[in-house]
Each structure stands twice: as C-alpha cells, then as structure tokens.
Design a protein around this ligand. Structure first.
Ligand code: CA
Length: 426
C-alpha cells in the first residue's frame, strides 16, 4: 500500500470565501451529511460557511472517473463512499479541491450549478455523518487515567499495571450515538451515593462530559487477520470530535467488574464533520515519549500524534458561555495507529464505519482536564462560570461545546464543534 503515502497537494485558495479564522479553508475538505430545503440527506463538504452538495456535483458529471457509483452520492450516510477505501476517498477529496480552486472556472463560472450545489450553512441540517457499526472507546490519556486513578486509589496506585503496556479500551454502544446539536435527557439509573446504605434509583446527579476525538475506519481485514502498525493509517478515513457523556454516580456503582455500561450508553455526541488524516498531515507531531518500549506489535516511529488544540465550554441555560478547559490531542500516550493495531492483534475484524474513540483527553495542567470529574476534582472544587454560577457537574439546560483545530504557518484546519444540551430527566 506504499502508493498511499503520497498525499495530494491542495489548492492555495478557493473561489468560495472562508472567513478569517474558519476551520474549513479549501485545504480541509471534510466530509459530512446534510439536508436543505426539505430535501433528502446526502454527502457534502464545506468551504467556510458554504456547504457543497456532492450529489449535485456527481449528477453534473464533475465527479466522473473516480470509480464511485452515482448512488453512493445519494446515500444518507458516508458509508457507501467510504467502502471504496482510502485511495478512492483521497482522489475524491483531491477532485473537490480542484473544482473549488480559485483558478478553476468549471464550477466557479457555472451560475446554474452554483445555485443548485451551494448552500449557506445556516440553511442546512447536518446529520450523523456515518452509520457507526461498532464503537470502541479507549482510555489513552495518561493524565486522565492518572487523575481518575488518584481520586479512587491514591497517586501510588493510580495507573493500573497494564496501562503502560497496552491501550486499554472497552466496547461501547453505537445505537445511542447522536450528531452534534441533538439534546439528550439526563439519564436515570441505579446509584449508591452512601456506601453504608442500600442503592437508590433516580436521575443522575453527577452528569459529566468526556472530551474526546474519534476516528472512523475503512473496511479492515477478514476475521483472524491483524492490522499492523505500519498499515494502520491506511484503514483510517478521518477524525471527528466526540463527547462521551458519562453519569459518574451510575458508573461508579455499576462498573465492577466488567466496566462501563448504563452510565455511558444513554448517549454520545459525534461531530458532524469527518476531517481526513490527509488534511491533518501538516500537523503531525511526536507523541509523548513512552516510559518504556512497548511490545513489538505496538512499536511505531513515534510520529503518530497530531497537534490539535481542543477547547471545552459550557453555555448555561441563560446563554452565557464559559471556556472551562484547553487541551490538545498530542498529549495522548497511545496513538490511533497503536489503538487500531492493538484492537486487531487478536484477529478482531474492524468494518467500514466503525468508530474508535480516544478516551478523555486531559492535558498535563489542571486547566486542560477533559472531564468535570477532574476539573472539579470529584465535586470538591466547583468551577466558576462567567455568569457567577458554579458547576461541579452538568446542570439541566447546560450545553457542552467542544471545538478542535490545528494551526501552523498560516494554515488552520479544524473540526467545527460538537455540542449537546442536557434536558431534564424524563
Ligand atoms: Ca470515554
């Protein structure tokens, strides 16, 4: 698969304006699913705040020669496009870049096509970009694992003995993954707030978020075969923002001995835009130095991280936003390649449209922790909001917003945001 190492050069500018500071210049070309004006949902990309309809471009013949069937551009998920694999998706992104380049008149000067294919973002509804088959959540931030371990076991025993040897993970629930902007109800469940008393049932009082990113896979190998470190990125379509909502009181009572269950699967929020690894390539950087060399199947070249600034904010019911955390994807101890190599080393097959999430991404400093559990240190240090109110965990009517972007040498590539409001329990 060595031909997959050559990443196409994207145009310098587009005839569609991207406002200063936009996450979506023509060098990005993310993929999503949208609908507009009561029409059906199908694949799109965007430049600035303009959504570009791929179905219309395909119908106009501008996406011919890519070995993609017309119906793949009419689907309401990206899965049919992604089934073509990395080489074809790369060519599609390259073609879109060419069509949107400032100097290319084909699309630019076709007023009728522009009218049919371009939509202002505010007139669009964004849908779940991918039909997620299987969802796996890792636990790959050393800072997060250390913080949580310290709270429950003390700093000496914070990291479990396996943690520095393998990317710890669990299988999550795909059915309750919702697209950014979808409100969720506060979950109810069984909890044991006072260890000396019997458990109780009710609405969670310790509702939390987890700042994460995820990656979406192409079709992997047949059952029984592994994906190596060297091959791993060939099977990764792109990255998304992800909020792994967590009810801490339900979680802490139920998780022994098999791990997260109802404290997690009431809902997880996925960003609407899949940003390709190709778009992120200029921001590739070293991951943290391992404490000791991992087993051979997890050894890479050490440059599998990406410098992605991540910001988390809470908007209170009155509409007042407070930034509560600034972290970065590059802090993760285990890379996406290591996660995928580990996931498949036993022969487990991944499929087109699987979601592998990073785990909570906490920065080394307290201003960059990736959950309320850590930011408020289990509720002992309430956070001050800009409107004067305090938060230990998430209140009804709060909206949690996560944003992510890379910036270097004047180029900014980002993900937009993943947001979700918490409604009262039903
Ligand atoms: Ca998580």
């Amino acid at each position: 698969m060595s031909d997959l190492k050559n990443i196409p050069v994207m145009p310098k500018s587009s005839w569609i304006d991207a406002p200063a500071g936009s996450d979506f210049p023509v060098q990005n070309i993310p993929f999503g699913i949208f609908s507009a004006e009561g029409g059906s949902a199908h694949p799109c990309t965007r430049v600035g705040d303009t959504v570009v309809d791929l179905r219309v471009l395909a119908e106009a013949g501008l996406l011919n020669g890519l070995a993609i069937e017309a119906e793949d551009f009419q689907a309401d998920t990206l899965n049919p496009l992604m089934r073509h694999g990395k080489a074809v998706m790369r060519k599609l992104r390259q073609r879109l870049g060419e069509l949107l380049a400032a100097e290319n008149a084909t699309f630019r000067d076709n007023a009728e096509l522009r009218k049919k294919a371009l939509f202002p973002l505010e007139k669009c509804t964004l849908h779940l970009p991918v039909e997620v088959g299987d969802y796996t959540d890792f636990y790959s931030s050393r800072e997060h694992a250390f913080n949580v371990g310290t709270m429950f076991r003390g700093p000496e025993n914070a990291l479990m003995p396996n943690w520095l040897h393998l990317p710890v993970g669990y299988h999550g629930r795909a059915s309750s993954i919702v697209v950014s902007g979808t409100p969720l109800h506060r979950p109810k469940g069984q909890m044991r707030p006072k260890p000396e008393e019997p458990p109780v049932f009710g609405a969670s009082k310790q509702l939390d978020f987890e700042l994460e990113t995820g990656f979406i896979t192409f079709q992997g190998k047949p059952l029984g075969q592994q994906i190596t470190m060297e091959e791993a990125e060939d099977y990764i379509f792109g990255m998304v923002l992800f909020n792994d909502w967590s009810a801490r009181d339900i979680q802490s009572w139920e998780y022994v001995p098999l791990g997260p269950f109802l404290g997690k699967n009431f809902g997880s929020s996925l960003g609407a835009w899949v940003v390709t690894l190709d778009a992120l390539e200029p921001f590739r950087t070293a991951q943290p130095k391992p404490e000791f060399e991992p087993l051979p199947y997890l050894r890479g070249n050490g440059k599998q991280a990406f410098d992605i600034a991540l910001v988390t904010a809470i908007t209170t019911p009155e509409g007042n936003e407070t930034v509560i955390s600034r972290s970065n994807f590059k802090h993760l101890y285990w890379s996406m390649a290591q996660q995928l190599a580990h996931h498949t080393v036993n022969g487990c097959n991944i499929r087109c449209g699987d979601l592998l999430a990073s785990g909570t991404i906490s920065a080394p400093d307290a201003g960059g922790y990736g959950s309320m559990l850590e930011l408020s240190w289990r509720g002992t240090k309430p956070l001050k909001m800009n409107d004067g109110s305090e938060r230990k965990f998430i209140h009804d009517g709060d909206t949690v917003i996560m944003r992510g972007h890379c910036e270097k040498d004047g180029l900014r590539i980002g993900f937009g945001e993943v947001r979700g409001e918490i409604l009262p329990a039903l």
